[in-house]
Structure formats: structure tokens, C-alpha cells
Design a protein around this ligand. Structure first.
Ligand code: PLP
Length: 484
């Protein structure tokens, strides 16, 4: 039967890796998989025990989260992330954070006629969230001063001092649809041509000018960022907040890698990279600001689906209602285990040291092989690398050979699904187009190592590959040897 509606989703990136996977698997000693950031180390024993002890979960769990768990989250946010002023009601559990990233815009009432912003190089699910909500997806540069809309004239601290009162935040559902209520024109006129890429058109290789880019109603920050490990400082977060307040936009920070901060990473009041809700960013005003935090990476709980969103009480209250009606519940045993995991400060610390060692080994091996690691990559679970200027140590000169050297990369794979009925052929999917990053991924695959081509994360990532630190030590050592 024909689907009543097909979403114009991008091709699922991992489905485009069949060829490099086969190549990596052909290595006599098997493939080392450094693609997905799926933790390879064990869940702490007390957390496993809490899960097992709650196995007789015959009743429905509290949809937004048990009150004592939400209290534990408030304490975690205060003690670990430097966030004051949250109440348990300002927290809602989510089933991991990916479902939230994909559905938040919809749950907040953002849709057709609205725009949703996210980083130029980003976790693909932000774009998916815009598409599912029917909103326009906008890739934004990192610097909030370059975002479309009314410029924030001063840092947000001065703004508050100047007016003496909090800027008024409207509920998204009360906003008029389209751009009618928003003074776009004048602000847009001062912006440089073509600085913002419009995802709707990216498949056709075009980008819109700033003049036709609407002001996003919601902007996702991801600090530290997947895939590039860039992290916002307190001053930069304040810029983003000032922009959001000047433009009556919602700002949401995805902070799932926050506790994995390396040398050179910016600091806030708490541990890890600064939170958007850090007192030194918000000046105590949470209006329009949300943070999502996940235990998938820091506590190896990806299989449990343990995460939450917290922040602006009014926005969170709206989410609670939607999520209760929707039945989006974290299972009771996972809620019990999450509480135990939150009380365990040692596991994230130990895990961080494990990742530090893996990171240092892989960095040294990559550099010795002639790869260049993004110098702003100061946090998170990935290395963001491209071929160095002098080419690689063996077999690859970096960027200039492409299709001629690798005809199979540009040949459609047999496993490609046919176009959905009623749709025209899918636009050039990343798996079918050669980029320096795809070529580099192939170079790794020839050495029995699977990495993710950078175009998975947006056209601006095309030169890069992402290397995950989540394999076990034995596999990291194998990968380093194969790079030598
Ligand atoms: C930036 C970012 N956000 C969210 C997620 C989703 O994590 P989870 O659903 O396990 O909480 C990931 C997973 O890799 C991610 O990289």
C-alpha cells in the first residue's frame, strides 16, 4: 500500500557504508569498527544490580520520571554541571536522548512555516527533527554572532542590566505561524550573502542566501559537538543566549558528551564543558533555555536509554503534557538503575580516563600516519581528522584523486533501496558521491579499520572522517598498529 505521507528524510547514513565495510572485513585479522559511538565497556555492577532488582515491573512507570529520580537529576545538574535554580518539575525523562532530538520541535509545537537551526557539522538527527516537524532545517555557523535575525547588541548580562527585567519569552504555540510576527527583513539585510546553508536545497548542491533564510524558532547547540569535539565557552554560550533573547527563539543544548573534556576545553562552574544552564551563562534566568543530558556515553548506559531534558519551567511543563499523552515512558527498572548510576561519581571519572588513553594512542597513530586532527577538537568521544597537507604515510595523496582512483565509490551499490513509489529518484545520496572523506574512509578500510565519512554530518564535513574512541583497548591497539 502506498504510504499516506512519506517524509523526505535523508538516506540513513550508515546504510551507505556497505562497500567500505566489506573492504574492512576482508582484512585477514577482521575489521576494527571505529564508526559508531556505542560504548564497548561494561555497565557498573551496582547499576546492573538495580536494574535486576526492579525486574518485577508490573505497573506503569511514572511517565515524566519518578519524583526521587528527578530530584537526583536536579542534584546532578547542580553538583556536576553548575546549574542552580532547577526544580524536579523542570525535568522530564526521555528514552535516551535521540528520540527527543528527533521529536522535540514537534513536541514544542514547532512546524510548518518555522525554521530550526543546528550546527553546520552535526549529529544527523537534528536535521531529521526539523523534517519530521515539517520545519525548515538550517545549518548554522558556530558563531552565534553570525546567526540570522536581530543581532544581540551586547552580551546578555548587559542586556538584563539595561532593561532591569527579564526578556519576555512567548510559548511557541502562541507564536504566529510564518514570519508575520517577526521582524526579519531589516536584520537579514545586514548579513553576508550565502553564509548559511539551507538543508532543503543541499542535495542539489545549492545554498540559499541569508536573505531567504528565516530566523530559526529553535536552535540546537551541541557542546561538545559530535562529530568535531568543538565546545562552547561560557562567553560563547552567553552570545548564543543573547541572540536567542533578541530573537525570541528557544535554545536547546545537547550535552551528552559534556563530561568528556580534554586539555584545552573551556570550563564552566561545574565539571566538564560549560552547560547552557550554568548560572554564569544564564544569570539565573532559564527562560527559553533547555538542556538534554544522557548517560549513554558517560556511564556506558546506551543500552538502557537513560536521559532527560530540563530547563525553562514553562517549556518543560508543555513537554510533560505531550509526553504523558504520548506514553513516552522510561521503563521502571531503567529509572531505578538511572538513580543508582547518578549517585556513582566514580564510573564517569574512570571511563573518562579509559577514553583519554584510547584517544592519546589513536591521536599519535593518526598523526604518525600523516593525518591532521582538528585542532579545536577538545572534548567528546571522537577524533575529527582529514588528510594532512603532506599526504598520508602510504598509498593516499590526499583529496585530489577521487573518482578516477576509486571508481567503485561512485558506482551505486547493489544494496541501495529502490526509490519509494511516487517519489522521484532520491537526490545524490552521500553514499553515492565521492568526497575526500569517503576516499579517506576507504583508505582506513584498506587497513581493516571502519570509520565514518565526514559527509554524514553535513556537506561542511566532506573532507573529514570521524573516528570513535568506543572500541575496546585491544581493538584500539590493533587499529594503531594497522595505521603504522
Ligand atoms: C550529539 C548526540 N546527541 C544525542 C545522541 C543520542 O544518544 P542517546 O540516545 O543514547 O542518549 C548521540 C548519540 O550518539 C549524539 O552523538
Amino acid at each position: 500500500m502506498k504510504l499516506p505521507k512519506t517524509f523526505d528524510l535523508p538516506r540513513f547514513p550508515w546504510d551507505t557504508l556497505a562497500e567500505v565495510t566489506a573492504l574492512a572485513q576482508a582484512h585477514p585479522d577482521g575489521a576494527v569498527d571505529l564508526t559508531i559511538g556505542s560504548p564497548a565497556d561494561s555497565v557498573a555492577a551496582p547499576t546492573q544490580q538495580a536494574l535486576a532488582e526492579s525486574a518485577d515491573a508490573h505497573g506503569y512507570p511514572p511517565a515524566v520520571g519518578a519524583p526521587e529520580l528527578r530530584e537526583a537529576i536536579v542534584e546532578f545538574m547542580r553538583e556536576t554541571r553548575g546549574v542552580d535554580g532547577l526544580a524536579p518539575d523542570d525535568v522530564v525523562l526521555t528514552i535516551g536522548s535521540k528520540e527527543l532530538v528527533a521529536s522535540l520541535a514537534f513536541q514544542l509545537g514547532i512546524g510548518a512555516g518555522d525554521a530550526l537551526g543546528f550546527p553546520e557539522v552535526a549529529y544527523p538527527t537534528y536535521e531529521v527533527g526539523a523534517i519530521l516537524a515539517g520545519a525548515k532545517a538550517l545549518r548554522l555557523p558556530e558563531d552565534p554572532k553570525s546567526w540570522p535575525g536581530r543581532p544581540a547588541k551586547k552580551g546578555q548580562g548587559e542586556m538584563l542590566g539595561e532593561t532591569g527585567r527579564k526578556p519576555q519569552m512567548e510559548s511557541p504555540k502562541l507564536w504566529p505561524t510564518g514570519e508575520s510576527g517577526r521582524d526579519v527583513g531589516a536584520a537579514m539585510d545586514s548579513l553576508p550573502e550565502g553564509f548559511i546553508k539551507d538543508v532543503d536545497e543541499k542535495h542539489e548542491g545549492r545554498s540559499t542566501s541569508a536573505h531567504s533564510s528565516p530566523i530559526p524558532r529553535l536552535v540546537w547547540l551541541n557542546s561538545p559537538g559530535n562529530p568535531n569535539g568543538h565546545a562552547y565557552s561560557v562567553a560563547e554560550l552567553r552570545e548564543a543566549v543573547a541572540w536567542a533573547r533578541a530573537n525570541r527563539a528557544i535554545l536547546v543544548a545537547d550535552e551528552c558528551y559534556a563530561l568528556l573534556d580534554w586539555e584545552g576545553a573551556p570550563r564552566g562552574t561545574g565539571f566538564g564543558t560549560p552547560s547552557l544552564l550554568d548560572e554564569s551563562v544564564t544569570d539565573g534566568n532559564l527562560e527559553g533555555l533547555l538542556v538534554t543530558h544522557s548517560l549513554s556515553k558517560q556511564n556506558n548506559l546506551a543500552g538502557y536509554r537513560a536521559a532527560w531534558i530540563c530547563g525553562d519551567p514553562e517549556l518543560v511543563a508543555g513537554l510533560r503534557e505531550v509526553r504523558k499523552h504520548w506514553g513516552l515512558m522510561v521503563p521502571g527498572p531503567v529509572q531505578a538503575a538511572t538513580r543508582v548510576a547518578l549517585a556513582d561519581v566514580e564510573t564517569p571519572r574512570r571511563q573518562k580516563e579509559i577514553y583519554r588513553t584510547r584517544r592519546e594512542k589513536l591521536m599519535a597513530a593518526c598523526e604518525a600516519a600523516g593525518l591532521e586532527i582538528d585542532s579545536q577538537s577538545v572534548a567528546g568521544l571522537y577524533l575529527w581528522v582529514k588528510a594532512g597537507e603532506n599526504g598520508l604515510s602510504s598509498g593516499y595523496a590526499g583529496g585530489q584523486t577521487l573518482a578516477a582512483a576509486l571508481p567503485s565509490v561512485v558506482t551505486p551499490q547493489r544494496s541501495d533501496p529502490p526509490a519509494a513509489p511516487g517519489r522521484s529518484d532520491p537526490p545524490a545520496a552521500p553514499g553515492l558521491s565521492a568526497t575526500p572523506g569517503r576516499e579517506l574512509a576507504r583508505w582506513f578500510a584498506e587497513r581493516g579499520i571502519r570509520v565514518a565519512p565526514g559527509d554524514f554530518y553535513g556537506p561542511a564535513g566532506a573532507e573529514y572522517v570521524r573516528i570513535s574512541l568506543t572500541a575496546q583497548d585491544e581493538d584500539i591497539d590493533k587499529a594503531c598498529k594497522r595505521l603504522a
